[in-house]
Design a protein around this ligand. Structure first.
Ligand code: CU
Length: 158
């Protein structure tokens, strides 16, 4: 509410006659990345179930910790099962730097390891990377710095 009022006054308009108009007006002037937040904000303002809207926008997502809570060099959980089209997010948790590497020979045929991999090291606490999986099958991956320590995981896409 406060945010939409601020945006309205920045744009030189008086308080909008309705939340819907405010959202539409800002939609023409703000980067796409903020539109989703606007949609959720609008849903809240309109009394729509914001939680269900957010779920719809995000689809289903699974988060894997990079580095166990106790500091162990592992992905937690090391194996996750998702449906085709869903996304896995890795969150830098402990014992970093980590990265997430898929090799062509350990993913299903037709899938491409390059876009799924995140070879840049995760250095900051809580940093995240995500990959969307569209081809069903089993995908094995590992952390390059800790491959020798057995830091590896698997994504099963149904
Ligand atoms: Cu690692």
């Amino acid at each position: 509410m406060a945010a939409s009022m601020t945006s309205s006054s920045i744009m030189g308009t008086r308080v909008a006659t309705s939340q819907r108009m405010a959202v539409q007006a800002r939609a023409t002037a703000v980067p796409t990345a903020t539109l989703r937040q606007d949609a959720v904000r609008f849903a809240k303002a309109a009394g729509v179930g914001a939680a269900s809207l957010a779920l719809t926008l995000a689809a289903q997502a699974v988060t894997v910790k990079a580095g166990a809570d106790g500091g162990g060099l592992q992905f937690d959980p090391s194996e996750v099962t998702i449906k085709a089209g869903e996304t896995v997010t890795w969150k830098n948790n402990a014992g970093f730097p980590h990265n997430v590497v898929f090799d062509e020979d350990s993913i299903p045929e037709g899938a491409s390891a390059g876009p799924l991999s995140h070879e840049d090291y995760l250095n900051a606490p809580g940093e995240t990377v995500s990959s969307k999986f569209t081809t069903p099958g089993e995908y094995s991956y590992y952390c390059e710095p800790h491959q020798g320590a057995g830091m590896a995981g698997k994504v099963i896409v149904q």
